[in-house]
Write a protein that binds this ligand. Structure first.
Ligand SMILES: [Cu+2]
Ligand SMILES: [Zn+2]
Length: 193
């Protein structure tokens, strides 16, 4: 009888132990799932596919926005064979409309009511991305990172539902209201990816 009692208590201990182990294991699994979900919601993506506004100038490119850790990282890639070895201005313009050869995008996105200028120095529009230099084949890239933008945040920071405009010339960072950057040769609406 004593032996059976001992055996029962050993079995009970074993069962309690196993249950504890399973419970811990599940808790770990839940934690992993929660972490994965948190990372997914923290990083948001947006993209503008850039196309030529005029039939006689070949232009392709993308503007890729990734939001993470309170910052937005932008990568612009351009290919404009006709403008090889030159630099072209790229801005965020206010309206999500590339119609009328890019005029539908209106002026620079400027939710903070500043003067046009050079990004990061003195007065500048939140759309004042800057110039992209193109190599001997007409390809160029630009990368920047800022905490002044969001993807889907407050209207004063949200890059969604505006447009990227590529100009035929360089931004002088001084002339008002848009840096005297020439005509609008490329355009794309910034949309959530
Ligand atoms: Cu512009
Ligand atoms: Zn501007």
């Amino acid at each position: 009888m004593k032996k059976i009692k001992q055996l029962t208590s050993i079995v009970t201990m074993f069962l309690v132990g196993s249950l504890f182990f399973i419970a811990c294991n599940n808790a770990d699994k839940n934690k992993d799932t929660a972490n994965t979900e948190a990372t997914t919601t923290e990083s948001a993506h947006a993209v503008a596919t850039l196309n030529a506004t005029m039939p006689d100038t070949t232009l392709t490119g993308t503007a890729d926005f990734v939001a993470q850790d309170g910052k937005v990282k932008l990568t612009v890639t351009l290919s404009i064979p006709a403008l090889k070895n030159k630099s072209v201005a790229v801005h965020i313009h206010d309206m999500a409309d590339c119609g009328d050869m890019g005029k539908g995008a209106h002026g620079h996105w400027n939710p903070t009511n500043q003067q046009h200028g050079k990004w990061g120095t003195g007065s500048f529009h939140l759309g004042d991305i800057g110039n992209v230099s193109l190599d001997s084949t007409g390809k160029g890239t630009l990368q920047m990172e800022t905490d002044l933008w969001t993807i889907g945040g407050d209207a004063k920071t949200n890059v969604l539902n505006h447009s990227i405009i590529v100009h035929s010339g360089m931004d002088d960072f001084t002339s008002q209201p848009a840096g005297n950057a020439g005509s609008r040769i490329g355009c794309g609406v910034i949309e959530k990816k």
